[in-house]
Design a protein around this ligand. Structure first.
Ligand code: SIN
Length: 303
């Protein structure tokens, strides 16, 4: 019997598989597909201080081996999340959950994290400084080491829960940003968010998504994610949550060998709502084939 358990700071998980924020709603939307308690945990939709309608439509462009989204952090706002979404989620998910938080100022991040800090079911805060779809916030914090560190310090000051900073791949040196977060007190980092991309409708000669550009994710970005997880895991001593293009149990194993302690599955959930279930079910046999008895033993094994 393969031991799939991992520890992400104080969060003990039965397995390393975590649906990524923005691809799994608040969890209960998936309750009719399968028992979501089989998941290691999940990261709920990026939450901001105020409710947000999101970007104009169309917001999605299909691509070969991936997709572009320009959702624009649509969410009902942190007060609604605390008063309505979390109580509903709690009926169906009985483990600790990951709260993904976005903001437009350092104060926004701190305000939203302070409210979520009071929620018993929140096991970990995932601070998103990497959304490419909004102006004056999101990725602008995650592409500058000083700003990423500033957000980290502000959030750490309002919570005792582990704080993971979700990093952008749209930088020259992701290890530099990760190190700045670590030095500012981050308990871990999550990477990668989406790559800034664009599609053009060649008949209309217009961008496919209304916001012109959006975040590219899906199978095509997996090698980029593995490379960045590897670089950050080698540079930092805090844990890494890997994310980006994961499709299968073998991808989970590969990302853990690169240095990830837990692995998020994103775009795959949008193609197949059973993606995480299939990955979790396939993991023991894939581990056995490779002689792995405890999955935590493979974290960062690659030199
Ligand atoms: C979005 O809501 O635009 C996606 C979130 C993200 O990419 O961080």
């Amino acid at each position: 019997m393969v031991d799939l358990s991992v520890d992400l700071c104080s969060l003990h998980m039965d397995n390393p598989v975590v649906p990524a924020s923005g691809t799994f709603g608040f969890g209960y939307e998936f309750k009719d597909f399968y028992d979501i308690n089989i998941l290691g945990s999940f990261s709920f939709k990026g939450t901001t201080k105020e409710p947000r309608f999101g970007n104009p439509t169309p917001r999605i462009a299909e691509c070969t081996a991936g997709m572009i989204n320009s959702v624009g952090l649509q969410n009902p706002g942190v007060e609604h999340v605390v008063n309505h979404e979390l109580p509903e989620m709690k009926k169906y998910f009985h483990k600790k959950v990951i709260a993904n938080v976005s903001g437009f100022s350092v104060e926004d991040y701190a305000y939203t994290c302070a409210l979520l800090d009071k929620e018993e079911q929140v096991g970990l805060l995932e601070v998103n400084v990497s959304c490419p779809n909004v102006h004056g916030g999101g990725m602008s914090f995650g592409t500058d080491a000083k700003s990423a560190a500033q957000v980290t310090r502000a959030v750490k000051a309002v919570t005792k829960k582990p704080v993971f900073i979700k990093l952008s791949p749209n930088v020259t040196d992701i290890a530099e940003i990760a190190l700045a977060c670590e030095e500012a007190g981050a308990d871990g980092v999550c990477l990668i968010n989406t790559l800034l991309g664009m599609r053009i409708d060649i008949k209309s000669r217009k961008p496919v998504v209304a916001n012109k550009m959006g975040g590219f994710s899906g199978a095509a970005v997996f090698p980029v994610a593995v490379r960045m997880v590897y670089q950050v895991a080698k540079a930092c001593s805090i844990p890494v949550m890997g994310c980006g293009g994961v499709q299968s149990a073998r991808d989970v194993i590969e990302m853990m060998m690169a240095g990830a302690t837990a692995v998020q599955v994103g775009a795959a959930n949008l193609v197949d709502p059973f993606a995480c279930k299939k990955i979790i079910e396939a993991l023991p046999a894939e581990c056995e084939k490779l002689g792995i008895t405890a999955i935590k033993d493979i974290i960062g094994v690659v030199d």
